[in-house]
Ligand binder design. Sequence first.
Ligand code: ADP
Ligand code: ADP
Ligand code: ZN
Length: 211
Amino acid sequence: MLVILLGPPGAGKGTQAERIVEDHALAYVSTGDILRAAVKEQSSLGKKAKQYMDQGQLVPDELVVAIVKDRLADPEYAKGALLDGFPRTVTQAEFLDQALPEVGLNIDRVLSIEVKEDELVERLTGRRVCSDCGANYHIKFKPPKVRNVCDLCGGDLYQRDDDTLETVKERLAVYKKQTEPLIRFYMDKNLLSAIDGNQDIDDVNKQINDI
Ligand code: ADP
Ligand code: ADP
Ligand code: ZN
């Protein structure tokens, strides 16, 4: 099974992904997480990606496509995967269409999580992430039990560099221009299911499990 999570920054893709991979035993691919790890390691990929990420721009297709190619070549991922934050451009989606048959996979569903823009801004600017395990929190909507400490692993929580108001606005504009066209792209292939993401985390999860 291959499922894609589509949606603007802050829609709740990472939050829902945590539950989906647990409930359905899927391998998880988040290009955002992989890129942030590369930046932290200061690898050559990380050095190239950082300048784009800091400005809220997309990392060039060829770099991101190489990451996904590498994951799909791994037998663990080829059994079934959840893609979070990939594809984000029509070029990336076309790459996937061509690469998946080679590993015996096809797209089962594209879940498009839809959330109002002012809510997205509040979610992103209040987001906190565990520096050890990557778990997601929100200062208001999903606070940790102890301030700035991860419930799952005890790690310190931090705010992503690109979750400042200015960069958030840029990322939302980039989403509209470069990623939103994928809604039509997958609708035309009868693969798209719209999810109302303006609800609490459990209710969004229920809609996803029903599909
Ligand atoms: P969000 O929580 O905003 O959906 P992600 O963690 O998925 O963000 O991505 C963070 C940043 O990483 C993006 O703003 C972009 O610079 C880069 N990135 C992640 N996935 C992709 C992709 N598929 N194509 C290009 N850039 C990407
Ligand atoms: P994405 O991966 O799509 O960028 P996240 O899953 O990181 O989004 O969610 C963005 C922020 O919003 C996080 O701080 C998260 O805790 C919070 N959040 C996620 N889903 C909901 C929801 N349904 N209601 C309120 N807050 C949410
Ligand atoms: Zn943690």
